[in-house]
Structure formats: C-alpha cells, structure tokens
Design a protein around this ligand. Structure first.
Ligand SMILES: C[S@@+](CC[C@H](N)C(=O)[O-])C[C@H]1O[C@@H](n2cnc3c(N)ncnc32)[C@H](O)[C@@H]1O
Length: 403
C-alpha cells in the first residue's frame, strides 16, 4: 500500500468515527478518489488532513479551495446520491467533489460542474482526467444561472456560499429533486438540503452548519461585513434588510463596557455562532456578529469572545446609545455585557431569549426546518420568516413530537 492510499484510508476512518461519513457508499467513494491528485501542489499529508486547502487567492481574498473533507462528507450524506442520477454542481474548484459524485452516480449517471473561472476549470479537467473521471462535464460560466442545457437534474449542489435561492436552480431541478446549498440565514451559513415536493414546495430534509467561500458573479449579493476601524474590529448584520448602527457608534460603544447580566450557561463557539447566535438572530433581525481579527483579536475586550475560525467573535444586539453582547471568560459562564448608554431593557430582553433557548434544549442549526414559503405566509411564535432576494423562507425549530 502506498503512503497516499494509507493516508486516505486513515482520513476515511476518522471521518467515520466522527460521524461525518455515515453511509458505506460515501465511505467507498472517499476511500477510492485520490484527493492528492486534485491538489498537485500540496503534500500527501496536507491532501489528507481534515482541512480546506486554498488553491486560488487574489488580492488577499481566497477565491477557490478544496473544501474540508469533513464538510465534503457531510454534504455528500445530505445529497444522498444514487446510481443513475444526474447532478449539477456549482463551484467545480479542484474537481474533487465532482469526482466523488461521479463515482456515486456511476456510469449510468452524469455530473456537470460549473466554475466561474476558466483557469480553475482547466485545472479541474486535468485533475479529473488524471483521477480517471474524464466524463464529468466541466463548464465555465456563472453558476448563478445553473446550466440549463443539461436540465433537469436530480440534484443541484452548490459548493460555494449563496445569499439567495436563485429561481434558476429550482427551475432546473427534476420532479422530486434535491437542491443542496450553503445558504446565508440571518448571519449563519447553513448547508440546507431542500426537497422539491409534488406540490412544488421546497422543504428541508436536513440542515448543517458550514463555512464556504462566497459566490461571485451576478448572484454574489452585497458585501455585508463592515470594518469598524483599521485595527481589526468588524461587524456583520444578521439580516441585510436591517442596517447596522453606524460603524463609529459601535466602535465607540465597544470601548465603553458597562453593566453585566450573568446567564449561568457556558457556550461553545458553535453555540455562539449557530446555536444561541442563530436563535437570537432569528428572533431579533437587528442582531449582528462582532468579530475581532489580527491586532484586535489580542485585545482585552476580544479575550472575552469565543474563537471562531481564527477570529474572536460574538453576537450583539443594538439599542439606542450602544449595544449588548454575549461575553464569556475562559472557565466562567457567559454574561450579557452592555456597551455604551444602552440602558437595562436590551439586556433583560436578550436574557429572556437566552432562557428560552436553554428551555428549548439549546437548539442548533441541525434542529431547523426550512420551507420556502409563498409570499404572505405567517410564522408561529418562535419561528420566523426570512426574506431572501428571490424567496421567503419559513424557519422553524423542530420540536419533539407531542407526547
Ligand atoms: C470551495 S470552492 C469549491 C470546491 C470544489 N467543489 C472542490 O471539490 O474542490 C468554490 C468554487 O466556487 C467557484 N465559484 C464562485 N462563484 C461562482 C459562480 N458564480 N459560478 C460558478 N462557480 C463559482 C469558485 O471559483 C471556487 O472554485
């Protein structure tokens, strides 16, 4: 057995142990496709580590990568591919995921993969030939439009982050098909598998947390994140429809920490981002994410935020004259801290929402049900409607069945 083969087998074993790979079909595909062939500039060790590998950077911005194997596995499980199916992927990247999907759908199926950059498509084509999958159809184009020439597809999958449910992706789905995409929902990126029902309604079959490079081209949407200073503090609104308070106001309030409300719970980074953070953002669209990077990440204020992807981060809710934010020292329970002249009301309102989250057994992204709702839909208390540019999405928290 060569070293790449052994490294791949170890990667698949670890992904199985962690519950990322659940099915034999995905295990076999990940055990068969040589990821290192899709990453010719990386070592075998890097190719089989559980990390994303950035493959194209322009002006300091990562434009393409081979996604983290854990995430690839999670999405392949969500996709639930079967022999003979026709698949459209938006975001060919290295071609690795396209090869996995080609293996899963077999010779009777078909995989088309679109990337917006010609150089990426050229390289992906070389990798796919080298790995023995020359039949994947690669297309250079803006995947916001899908690839109508090959429609309908049993599966449409994006491996790049979207802020909208483009009608083109839905229109190119076959009856009973599944659309899987990393979708921005109130500041969290969620990998959502949406099934097209016989009634024409898309309902989620599963939701997972994820973190993907953003879509470019005509579906890119507006940049949401705002620099608060040039020292590394950033803020990002949960809902693009609810503007952030002025950057200078947030920055000033940041330097004026005040009263604290203990919460009596300890929070993981995942809780802050896609558990409690998402719960607050769904209930309070004005919620924003506060991030400290670079120099700011080493500051005293940032030391009380959780670590998310190399930055320090938290969720905050604005009020007149300032904001309140969730903070937590190492080893101690979380608190709500008021910044600026925000008064007592926002902290007590947010504390009640935290209590409700704890009372609901600390739900996370996987506990959400998304339904693409007709316009004018109403939401029950605790659920909410999220307006995307092309669709309204009803987001509900799954509840245990009534006894
Ligand atoms: C995370 S990478 C995809 C990883 C890939 N599936 C793999 O297995 O290596 C995201 C890719 O999406 C591409 N992309 C970004 N915007 C796009 C668009 N509008 N249409 C098609 N591809 C796009 C990027 O060029 C990048 O290669």
């Amino acid at each position: 057995m060569d070293s790449a083969h052994e490294a791949r087998a170890r990667m698949v074993d670890a992904l199985r142990r962690d519950g990322r790979v659940r099915s034999d079909a995905v295990a076999r595909a990940m055990g068969a496709i040589p990821r290192h062939v899709f990453l010719p500039d990386s070592t075998v060790e890097t190719a089989y580590a559980d990390s994303a590998v950035v493959t194209k950077v322009v002006d300091g911005v990562a434009l393409s990568s081979a996604s983290q194997p854990s995430m690839v596995a999670i999405m392949l499980e969500q996709l639930d591919l079967h022999p003979g199916q026709r698949v459209l992927e938006v975001g060919a990247g290295t071609g690795y995921n396209a090869a996995l999907m080609a293996r899963l759908v077999g010779a009777a199926g078909a995989v088309t993969s679109v990337d917006i950059d010609e150089d990426i498509v050229v390289a992906a084509a070389q990798h796919l030939v080298a790995a023995g999958y020359p039949d994947v159809l690669l297309v250079t184009g803006d995947g916001a439009l899908g690839h109508p020439a090959g429609a309908p597809y049993d599966r449409v999958v994006l491996t790049v982050g979207a802020a909208d449910l483009r009608p083109e992706w839905v229109a190119q789905l076959a009856a009973g098909g599944r659309l899987l995409l990393p979708l921005r929902v109130r500041g969290s990126q969620l990998s959502v598998a949406l099934d097209l029902g016989a009634d024409g309604v898309l309902r989620s079959a599963s939701v997972r947390s994820c973190a993907f490079i953003r879509l470019r081209g005509q579906g890119a949407g507006d940049e949401q994140i705002v620099a608060l200073d040039d020292g590394g503090w950033w803020a990002e609104p949960a809902d693009g429809g609810v503007p952030l308070p002025e950057a200078a106001h947030i920055r000033t309030a940041l330097d004026r920490p005040g009263a604290e409300t203990p919460l009596g719970v300890r929070l993981s980074a995942a809780d802050v981002w896609d558990g409690l953070g998402l719960w607050l953002a769904l209930a309070e669209p004005s919620t924003f994410r506060l991030l400290a990077r670079d120099a700011a990440a080493g500051s005293v204020v940032a030391s009380e935020l959780v670590e998310v992807g190399g930055a320090r981060a938290t969720v905050a809710v604005p009020g007149a004259g300032g904001f309140v934010a969730i903070v937590q020292d190492d080893g101690s329970p979380a608190r709500i801290r008021s910044h600026g002249d925000v008064g007592a009301e926002p902290a007590s309102r947010i504390a009640a929402l935290v209590d409700a989250w704890v009372g609901a057994e600390r739900p996370h992204s996987a506990d959400l049900q998304l339904t693409v709702a007709p316009h004018g839909s109403t939401a029950a208390v605790g659920d909410c409607l999220v307006e995307l540019p092309s669709a309204t999405v009803l987001v509900e928290h799954l509840r245990p069945p009534a006894a």
